[in-house]
Design a protein around this ligand. Structure first.
Ligand code: ZN
Length: 501
């Protein structure tokens, strides 16, 4: 979907939308997390964050280089604004700060935090094998190569990059005191104080080369799936006293309010993986033995091209394993030639990659597939929401907005993410791609794939994640007729498919 230009009608609709999108939301009570979708339908949609970073979701990616940060060392003369926005403690950052090691330049905008409470010091959003840390810091950046400011980037699929830092309670952390010592000045919503600049790098873990990477969303309304997430492997520590200062100093009320609402436990629960995997830049350490290496972007591109224009009968027979979740490599050890090539190709090209900010592997692939009319560069979530809402209103089915939005964006998000090695290909996406192919061949492929996935589900042990993964990622897209759920099948999406002729 191409981004809409601003016509008067679009502006009018945006005004209407900004009314609903200004709706109040909280972490508990009648506007708490379960109610976010009432005003923010993407919160019930695809590719949501945070997630539980489970071992079985991890895939080693040899192209993940250390995160490089520019101009993070600020002088005390540069004033930063520390504020309370009612949901978090936030520090504004100057636009000279940026990440230089990603495909685009991502300019820093702000830092904010999520934390537990004094009685329950567990408030990180991302969890690692279900372990929740005391707090989490998010350094929010936007794609300044493509967008002039964060407001225009926030609803675009390639708009944001967030660095996540897990925080545990331990040693005193002098870097965190650079702003925590001013926290009493921002007790109420809307309050702001100026704090002297400091080296923001010191808030991050020492090692910037070890991290988790996945495709996800804002963890607060409007929950747009626009975030390239980097969560560092190593947590940083703050003292118990520092944690308590964060957890007990702030209120989500205005200074003039009579009732005082304390601001704590401001974290969202982990969301479903949705066919996504978590790339890791490291291979060593506890629980990482046997972590699969991601299959190459070239293989992925070939798979998609074959689905689009190739011989489907061949795919149903020979190439079926390529369509199964990447864990299936283990089951097909004899067919890993390409996998080896992928690694040797990387070993041969490290210099070129670090010099060139646009790694050879990524954009070219998406562009080629884009030419085939499937995935355009960017999804614009506000435009998609307007379009879907308009369609539903004509059929008086506005109550289906959450599910329809999900169906509208999932295949494209899944496909982009698959080509970029950050997702497995969901069955619903395969079916989406197969629309327009001769139905007998497509049906045969669908049948073989369904059978293979069912076998994999019942026989394979290395793919424990298949349950929730296929479950969420494989919801029927708009193209696939809805069917009642059958509990006799391992999964409803594995039901035989009906083709519209
Ligand atoms: Zn956050």
């Amino acid at each position: 979907m191409r981004c809409l230009s601003f016509t008067p009608i679009a502006v009018l609709q945006l005004t209407l939308f900004s009314v609903t999108h200004g709706a109040k939301w909280t972490y508990s009570g009648p506007q708490g997390e379960p109610h976010w979708t009432e005003h923010y339908p993407y919160c019930g949609g695809a590719f949501q964050s945070p997630i539980d970073i489970k071992s079985e979701l991890l895939r080693f990616d040899p192209t993940l280089h250390p995160i490089e940060l520019q101009n993070y060392n600020l002088s005390p003369n540069e004033q930063l604004t520390l504020g309370n926005n009612g949901h978090s403690l936030q520090i504004s950052l100057p636009s000279k700060m940026h990440i230089s090691s990603l495909l685009h330049r991502y300019t820093a905008a702000q830092i904010h935090f999520h934390w537990g409470s004094s009685s329950r010091p567990a408030g990180s959003e991302h969890t690692v094998n279900s372990k929740q840390y005391a707090a989490e810091m998010h350094v929010v950046h936007y794609n300044s190569d493509k967008y002039p400011n964060i407001s225009l980037a926030v609803d675009k699929s390639d708009g944001l990059a967030v660095l996540g830092v897990l925080i545990e309670v331990g040693e005193f952390n002098p870097a965190f005191d650079q702003f925590l010592k001013f926290i009493s000045g921002v007790k109420y919503i809307g309050q702001k104080v100026q704090v002297p600049g400091f080296n923001i790098r010191t808030l991050l873990p020492v090692r910037l080369d070890e991290y988790y990477r996945y495709d996800g969303s804002l963890t607060t309304p409007p929950c747009y799936p626009s975030v390239l997430w980097t969560v560092f492997r190593n947590p940083v520590a703050i003292s118990q006293k520092q944690f308590l200062s964060l957890a007990t100093s702030l209120s989500s009320s205005y200074a003039q309010d009579s009732a005082l609402m304390p601001l704590h436990s401001n974290y969202r629960k982990p969301q479903l993986p949705d066919s996504r995997v978590v790339l890791v830049s490291f291979k060593e350490g506890k629980g990482l033995h046997g972590t699969l290496t991601v299959t190459s972007p070239l293989t992925r591109k070939r798979v998609i091209q074959q689905l689009l224009v190739g011989d489907l009968a061949d795919l149903a027979d020979e190439g079926l394993y390529q369509l199964l979740p990447s864990g299936s490599q283990k089951l097909h050890a004899g067919k890993r030639k390409d996998h080896k090539n992928w690694q040797s190709e990387i070993v041969a090209k490290p210099k070129q990659q670090s010099l060139n900010p646009s790694p050879w592997k990524k954009n070219q692939t998406n562009r080629d597939v884009g030419k085939l009319g499937l995935a355009e560069d960017t999804l614009c979530y506000v435009s998609v929401e307007q379009r879907v809402f308009h369609q539903l209103r004509q059929s008086h089915a506005e109550n289906q907005l959450v599910q329809n939005l999900r169906n509208a964006v999932f295949p494209e998000l899944n496909l982009k993410s698959y080509l970029d090695c950050k997702s497995d290909l969901a069955l619903s996406t395969i079916r989406h791609i197969l629309r327009g192919r001769p139905s007998d061949e497509a049906f045969e492929l669908d049948r073989s794939l369904t059978k293979a996935l069912m076998n994999q589900k019942t026989t394979s042990t290395p793919n424990k994640q298949n349950g929730p993964m296929i479950k969420h990622g494989g919801r029927p897209s708009a193209a696939v007729p809805k069917k009642p759920l059958s509990h006799g099948y391992p999964h409803p999406w594995l039901l035989p498919m009906e083709w519209e002729d």
